[in-house]
Write a protein of this length. Structure first.
Length: 269
């Protein structure tokens, strides 16, 4: 591992809670703080990361599956937090006890920020949370991105992903499982809507386009518990890639992020 090696480790992924560690040899960034503080510490301990060694927490948006641990976690470890202005409003509204404002940093989409030796850029995502964004990370020549909670893949988001070596991409629901499933109609419409989540088919189309440009490693994440299964999401993406004559483990690697425990890291460079 050299100074430029970029590692993406999903700690928890899915509608039950999201957190991902993005790290290099000397920098650790936590993206989102879902689940609980206890569960986050547990996951970090499992991958031998001391929470006090985290340089910053980046938040994608203010839905509870991304911030439910933030309140306690940041008061306990006093870490700098980065979020867009609109997301900050949501975080403050959800806090039980306010944390020190000296820890708050505003992130502006499309403007690069440097945290440790990682260059970070936020990009806007179509989702039903104000100020919602995804993140792109660069160290030397290595680039990775996290793109979940996306109603649909926009050309602007694709621009941020297309030269990345590895991407954690949303595969939220299988269309048949959603429409034949138990959710009330209004919720089905919300999930499948332009400001909802990315389905397996759209994830697969994006995966093909990404692998045609640069990507070699993909993590499918933020799977719905009720409307998807890891094997269904993986099969949909693999089929689409293989239809384009791309071979698994030769031309690309696909893994599905685990819901309740840290996943194998995606290592770039
Ligand atoms: Zn959301
Ligand atoms: Zn979410």
């Amino acid at each position: 591992m050299n100074q430029d090696t970029l590692t993406i480790t999903p700690l928890y992924s899915g509608s039950s809670g999201n957190a991902t560690l993005v790290s290099t040899a000397d920098t650790r960034i936590l993206v989102d703080a879902g689940m609980s503080c206890k569960k986050l510490v547990e996951a970090l301990t499992q991958i031998s990361v001391n929470p006090y060694d985290i340089n910053a927490v980046l938040i994608t948006h203010d839905h509870s599956d991304h911030i439910s641990a933030l309140d306690v976690f940041t008061r306990k470890f006093a870490l700098p937090i980065y979020a867009t202005n609109a997301t900050w409003n949501g975080i403050h509204a959800a806090e039980k006890k306010p944390h020190s404002p000296s820890l708050d940093y505003e992130i502006l989409p499309e403007k690069e920020t440097t945290i440790g030796n990682i260059r970070v850029t936020a990009f806007e995502t179509p989702h039903d949370a104000k100020g919602s964004c995804g993140y792109r990370f660069e160290v030397g020549k290595n680039k990775a991105a996290l793109a979940t909670d996306i109603g649909y893949m926009t050309p602007a988001i694709f621009e941020y992903l297309q030269d990345c070596d590895g991407i954690l991409l949303e595969a939220n629901y299988d269309k048949d499982m959603l429409w034949n499933g138990p959710y009330p109609y209004y919720l089905k419409q919300r999930i499948a809507g332009l400001f909802g989540h990315l389905c397996n088919d759209d994830c697969a189309t994006t995966a093909v386009n990404l692998c045609k440009t640069k990507a070699r490693k993909l993590i499918l994440g933020h799977l719905s518990q009720e409307n998807n299964l890891p094997q269904v999401a993986e099969r949909t993406v693999l089929r689409a890639l293989e239809q384009e004559s791309m071979q698994k483990d030769k031309d690309f690697i696909v893994q599905v992020a685990s819901r309740y425990c840290p996943s194998a890291p995606m290592i770039l460079g």
